[in-house]
Design a protein around this ligand. Structure first.
Ligand SMILES: [Zn+2]
Length: 256
């Protein structure tokens, strides 16, 4: 069920029977010469809408600009400051709670949002407003991601390329996949980038000239479909698990 398509009397029925909502979140930021800036929010939205369709749970509109200042040197990248993002998502969640939602899945596809969504989840939990969990699609299927691709790269690599080939193939410049690989950084290891233990870079451009990492030529729409189906299965299972919990179980424990 997609909230924005429904008339309010039908939503009343939903809120009487269920108390779970899926909130898709991503970014609008550079994803190299071959992928659209909307990559992350397109992925989050497609997965959340798929899970909502399969289960009947409620999916809200997508939050499609996130915390992306580390991509700002590339044309078109959009972002909001982290504190503004946290306050916005918290307020958005309080709105859902007002209608009767007490459990939320933040369906996320942008690494830069993770720590902030965790913080918002903590605030909502402490205030006993709702129990919200952050879910990052590729972290739900790490083995499959590893099996399908030789050199993944954390941003704009083959896993995201394959996903967009599957869900919005018209937006992928398939003729630029080799250019994406050759103009970026293929092999990337966080630990190898450290200087005496310190992480010394802040922006994507510090490590990659064209903004992306990994070997994009390894991506196909068929692999994207496998990723999409496997991640959707995980998301559906997470929603069912969350819906089955007693409310008391989801509240903070008392002081000892
Ligand atoms: Zn991305």
């Amino acid at each position: 069920m997609y909230l924005a398509d429904e008339a309010w009397p039908d939503l009343r029925t939903y809120f009487e029977e269920e108390s779970l909502a899926l909130v898709p979140l991503g970014s609008t930021e550079q994803h190299g010469p071959h992928l659209p800036e909307g990559t992350d929010h397109l992925i989050a939205q497609a997965l959340a809408r798929e899970a909502a369709e399969r289960t009947g749970y409620l999916c809200t509109p997508t939050i499609n600009v996130g915390v992306s200042p580390h991509h700002r040197q590339f044309h078109g990248t959009m972002w909001v400051d982290a504190p503004v993002f946290r306050d916005y998502v918290e307020s958005f969640s309080e709105n859902l709670a007002y209608h009767g939602i007490d459990r939320i899945v933040f369906v996320n596809a942008h690494g830069g949002n993770v720590e902030h969504l965790r913080e918002v989840g903590r605030r909502l939990h402490e205030a006993e407003t709702a129990y919200a969990v952050e879910w990052m699609w590729d972290e739900s299927i790490p083995e499959l991601v590893d099996d399908l691709f030789e050199t993944n790269g954390p941003h704009g690599g083959p896993k995201e390329t394959a996903m967009i080939q599957h869900i919005a193939g018209d937006l992928v410049h398939d003729d630029r996949l080799a250019e994406a690989r050759d103009g970026g950084l293929t092999e990337f290891e966080y630990d190898a980038m450290r200087v005496h233990g310190a992480r010394t870079f802040y922006d994507a451009i510090d490590n990659t000239d064209n903004g992306v990492l990994g070997d994009q030529t390894d991506a196909t729409a068929e692999k994207g479909e496998q990723l999409f189906e496997a991640a959707s299965d995980q998301l559906v299972s997470l929603c069912d698990w969350l819906a089955e919990r007693d409310r008391a179980e989801l509240l903070p424990k008392d002081h000892v």
